[in-house]
Design a binder for this molecule. Structure first.
Ligand SMILES: [Cu+2]
Length: 119
């Protein structure tokens, strides 16, 4: 094989690899579940999400009249994710729940509560 032939081979391989890469795969956005924090608490207070699928939970605090200035989401391995909730700012949490079950989220003081049904 000459050098030029080898280069053509390398280019062809690269092209094949590029064509084989699924273009859309990383452009598909995970399903999004919106939860607002209002004077009444979390709305909706219960969300139902799929198991074993990446999902995006989006919390938006819409009032100052609440103790819920942060949210703590409990994951199925018992870990807790805490995020500050600045007023009127959508805060996205990307998670994948491993198995079906009932989990929860709450304000930083564990007073205002919500439920995540994973199925
Ligand atoms: Cu609270």
């Amino acid at each position: 094989m000459t050098y030029a032939d080898r280069m053509k081979y390398v280019v062809a391989l690269g092209l094949a690899a590029a064509l084989a890469t699924p273009v859309a795969a990383d452009k598909v956005k995970p399903p999004r579940f919106d939860v607002a924090v209002t004077a009444k608490g979390f709305e909706p207070a219960t969300i139902t999400v799929p198991a074993k699928t990446p999902v995006t939970l989006v919390f938006t605090r819409k009032t100052e009249a609440t103790c819920t200035k942060s949210v703590i989401v409990t994951l199925d391995d018992g870990k807790k994710l805490e995020r500050e909730l600045p007023l009127d700012k959508a805060v996205a949490i990307d998670v994948t729940f491993a198995k079906a079950g009932t989990l929860g989220y709450a304000c930083g003081m564990d007073m205002t509560k919500g439920v995540i049904v994973v199925r």
